[in-house]
Design a protein. Sequence first.
Length: 103
Amino acid sequence: MVPTPLKRLLPAAVLVLAAFVSTLSHADRNRWLPRDEGRQEFAPGSMRDERISLERAIDTVQRSTGGKVLDARSGNGEYRIKVLTRRGEVRVVYVDARTGQMR
């Protein structure tokens, strides 16, 4: 037989436990939903937030042009890198900060 004070607390404890379990299962389900409509990313900590660094962009541009980097700036989701080529020409190369694509 359950003592009287525990009889009063038992329904409340069951409700709190049910709410807690419901919250846990709901949070677990949301982890697998797409984060936005345009992209299909399901795992937490996905690559969506990853970017290439300015240093990596500089290195890529320097290797691809064979020149010397004069200036590098970031803004508007891209890097603007000014290069002095082997021919003595100054070129500006833009690198997408998310994909690393040069133009």
